[in-house]
Ligand binder design. Sequence first.
Ligand SMILES: [Fe+2]
Ligand SMILES: [Fe+2]
Length: 345
Amino acid sequence: MSTTGQSHQEEMQALRELYDKVGLRGYWDMDRRTGGPAPIQPKIWRWRDIYPALQRAAAIVRLGEDTFRRANGMNTGSRTITAGFQYVAPGETAAAHRHTASALRFVVQGHGGYTTSDGEQMIMEPGDLLTQPNWTWHDHSNFSNEPMIWLDGLDAGLVRYLEANFHENWTEGEMQPVIKPLGDSQQRLTPVRSPSFGKVTRRAPYHYRWSDTLRALNAAAGSEAAARDASPYDGYILEYTDPISGGHTFVTISCRIQMLLPGQTTRFHRHTSTTIYHGVAGAGMIRIDKENPVELSWGEKDTFILPPWRWHQHCNTSATQPAILFSESDLPVLEALDLYREDGD
Ligand SMILES: [Fe+2]
Ligand SMILES: [Fe+2]
């Protein structure tokens, strides 16, 4: 019996060697619980730690010599969406380029710097969201007297995973020419627009101004009709919809803004999408998991990640002030692949 067992083991070993040689693998020979990427963990990046680090990098890393943009990625563990802070010091420019990864810029600090997207200057103010869908030309300039800092979000993890990452630099000088008037995309993509504009199918860069976003958010929190639309899991939550399709912000990323009323605590839910949050106003706490929960208390400009399929609830920890969160998530990817699941109390 032992001889037979021994010879079977020898046969298995020989088979393993043959499989190695021809490039096959036997699923009977693998532990499916190991070998995958490490699960994403809840994590918070506090502005009080991040800001001095960004300032240090700005003093050491030279734009134009060391790098074409001063991007500071956060180690989130997400394989789909990335987050980081970009810092453009007064007088600096980041050279024009485009790539197949789509990008969002949520302005954290500074006034008057601008991004040019497909020939249109967009002047950045705190709370503004600028989108640059797949293959949009973009460059950044800061001619104000204070640093411009924004949260960068890209679908670069997914694009790299699919090996579909293409990048091209603008070759006729450092910056692309400005060929459109200020406010062009907002004017052209408003719901009441010139019929000569026709049916647009390609996604276009867009500038969602904070003043408009805040107005919409206050209207949502202040009207009875909108209150009926409030989510038991997210409070008053709005999506930055793509102005052309009316769908998610990007094919791959959904950007949202949400308000929790003073003292509000939401119900628990969980979903297969991963969300990266950024504190815009007020203070709150996200409780992740029902048993032995991880509680991340956040304030303005703090950023944190919620891993997929973890129970969570939001709390506004102030009894007097609303709490506002910006977020980016890979929800559209999960939906497109028919992998989105949600479960709620
Ligand atoms: Fe870029
Ligand atoms: Fe959620």
